[in-house]
Design a binder for this molecule. Structure first.
Ligand code: ADP
Length: 621
């Protein structure tokens, strides 16, 4: 299982996700994407065909009514065949019962089909996202990724269900109605067909305007939401500076822009609906007029004219549906393309095809000529370093020197551009990532707790652990008593919207996780922020207990905590500057000695101990 905790990341570039994807994701041809879309129907073929079948029945029943009306008016009623007439009425009644059953099926199961496809796509996407490396997440915005998995997919689901069905029913009804009208009176049918492109042109052009204004409204809404979110997150700062008025002004500007956007949208909408109504009514008037004229010429009877009027209605519904389809297609297919882009982003760190499982290791780590750079920032160059099993190695040096980066290379969160890293003599690229990471425990400064109980948060270290093992790990991490003091003990909810734990408590929860995981290799990122002395002692004690018998790399910020390290490596912007024991490095009087002196001039109280230590060190060397 992948360790959920991340090595701290700095300088996150603000590139939107699309730019990231652009690098790795080749643009795929439209046809290939179309088949890919269709492939999601395959597991639901039966349901899909049933859905289309029901849709066909609905379309056919809709065509029956005008014909039945005409037959009744022309033949049955004038001929006094009331018996047959009432059978016809009963038949129509039954047909409409059947139609509503079909409608139920199409609405319910059709939507469920869409939902199933959406769920499969969402799962594919989520599984894929789990594989993408730190490098990818460094460059992507969480908000954008979220919208890929939620909003985009919802639109795809709507398209997946309504798309084929709307297209199918509409074309079937339009063609069916047209053929029937042709058979009744081709002249009047042609008049309607001539008017059709005019209506279509009006609908399409106006829908497009509505779509663009609605997009504008969406983007303005997104902006106003982002502004509100930023203002609320920063409300403490705003209040501290008494800048509430400024915030309200900023909000007002966004709110006005939003109103303007909505105004344009509603104007387009008003134009569309009034125009559409006009077109529809005019179509009726034209059919009535031309039909009346044809009656005058004796080419048509009244019942056929009524049937035509009814057909006009069944003609217009599919046209509206088609335009709706176009909208859904635009939104849904764009969402699908964005999804494909993400799916086609290859994970840059993957198991090699013949990767072995890394068994339980002793914990030797060797860096051989390792060079690493983030895009443009060169961090490590030709680094050689060996950590013996069970050894405690401290990494010190100026901030930004590359200590965290070095540690992030061991679990393969990032891949070096040159050189190799060996664990117990095995190149880490030759073993599976999961087995490698199962051998490594990471304790970070910033601890992430899931919105769950504290028990489950600790159990995250080893998912199969029993409750007793969880408690034991908590005791070892010196957090047990703090947990027992919480309102619901181990069942207390923590994380988002849960009980607030202090920084020190969270840190000990993360240490308890690692006790449960019990890995032979440990990476500790010491807390930089000042904790109160008691907490610090507790954490230090539990960290020391954790390190026993494990190969430990400590990113040390407080030099007082690493005096007893087996080896100290000073990493600065040029790579490894010095290495040796505490005493030796002090004796060398180089970078480490300078760092050490600087720290103790800040922590004045320890000055004396420090100078004593230094003297001791010199004596020993
Ligand atoms: P340290 O742990 O010694 O403070 P880091 O390993 O965090 O140093 O950083 C080394 C250099 O790499 C710094 O210049 C930092 O800005 C850069 N860096 C760190 N993380 C990332 C990242 N995720 N993407 C790009 N650059 C990074």
């Amino acid at each position: 299982m992948r360790d959920p905790e991340k090595i701290k990341q700095k300088q996150k570039p603000q590139d939107p996700v699309d730019e990231t994807l652009g690098e790795n994701a080749p643009r795929k041809g439209g046809r290939r994407q179309f088949w890919r879309f269709c492939s999601y129907y395959r597991p639901h073929k039966k349901l899909f065909l049933e859905d289309l079948f029901c849709a066909t029945i609905i379309a056919l029943i809709d065509l029956v009514f005008p014909m039945a009306t005409r037959h009744a008016m022309n033949v049955l009623l004038p001929g006094g065949q009331f018996g047959v007439f009432f059978w016809l009425i009963a038949g129509l009644f039954l047909l409409y019962v059947l139609r509503s059953a079909m409608q139920y099926f199409v609405t319910y199961f059709g939507h469920m089909l869409g939902v199933r496809i959406e769920a499969t796509m969402r799962r594919d996407l989520f599984v894929h996202m789990q594989k993408l490396s730190f490098g990818f997440y460094d460059k992507s915005r969480t908000g954008q990724l979220m919208s890929r998995v939620t909003t985009d997919l919802f639109e795809i689901s709507e398209l997946a269900h309504h798309g084929p069905e709307d297209l199918f029913i509409s074309i079937l009804t339009i063609v069916g109605a047209f053929l029937l009208m042709l058979s009744l009176n081709w002249k009047l049918a042609l008049v309607i067909i001539v008017l059709l492109p005019l209506i279509l042109w009006f609908v399409i052009s106006n829908r497009r305007r509505m779509l663009s204004t609605s997009k504008e409204v969406k983007s303005r809404t997104a902006l106003i939401n982002a502004d509100i979110e930023s203002s609320i997150s920063g409300i403490r700062v705003a209040q501290a500076f008494a800048n509430e008025k400024r915030e309200i002004e900023k909000f007002d500007a966004g709110n006005t822009r939003f109103q303007m956007g909505k105004r344009l949208y509603y104007r387009a909408m008003a134009w569309f609906f009034s125009g559409m109504e006009f077109m529809t009514n005019i179509l009726y008037v034209v059919v009535l007029g031309v039909g009346g004229y044809l009656m005058l010429l004796g080419e048509m009877d009244a019942a056929t004219l009524v049937a035509f009027m009814l057909f006009v209605n069944s003609f217009l519904t599919p046209i509206r549906k088609l335009t709706q389809f176009m909208e859904q297609f635009t939104a849904g297919y764009a969402g699908f393309e964005r999804m494909c882009d993400l799916m086609d982003t290859r994970p840059d760190i993957e198991d090699s095809p013949n990767a072995r499982t890394l068994g339980s290791v002793k914990g030797e780590i060797r860096f051989e000529g390792v060079s690493f750079a983030y895009d443009r920032t060169k961090v490590l160059k030709d680094l050689d370093l060996t950590v013996r099993p069970g050894e405690k190695l401290a990494l010190v040096g100026p901030s930004g020197g590359g200590k965290s980066t070095l540690c992030a290379l061991i679990p393969r969160f990032y891949e070096p551009q040159a050189g190799r890293i060996l664990v117990d003599g095995q190149d880490i690229r030759s073993v599976t990532i999961a087995s490698l990471r199962s051998q490594i425990g990471i304790v970070q400064q910033e601890v992430f707790l899931f919105a769950d109980t504290i028990r489950e948060n600790i159990r995250y270290g080893r998912l199969g652990a029993t409750d007793e093992e969880v408690v034991e790990a908590a005791k070892k991490a010196e957090i047990h008593e703090d947990i027992m003091a919480l309102p619901n003990g181990y069942d207390t909810f923590v994380g988002e919207r849960g009980v607030m734990l202090s920084g020190g408590q969270k840190q000990r929860v993360s240490i308890a996780r690692i006790f449960l995981k019990n890995p032979p290799i440990l990476i500790l990122d010491e807390a930089t922020s000042a904790l109160d002395t008691e907490t610090e002692i507790k954490i230090q004690r539990s960290l020391d207990a954790l390190a026993v018998g494990r190969t430990t790399l400590v990113i040390a910020h407080r030099l007082s905590t690493i005096r007893n390290a087996d080896e100290i490596v000073v990493i600065d912007h040029c790579g490894v500057a010095e290495r040796g024991t505490h005493e030796r490095l002090l004796h060398q009087n180089g970078e480490y000695a300078a760092l050490y002196a600087a720290q103790f001039s800040v922590y004045g109280g320890e000055e004396e101990a420090n100078s004593q230590q230094r003297k001791d060190g010199r004596k020993k060397v």
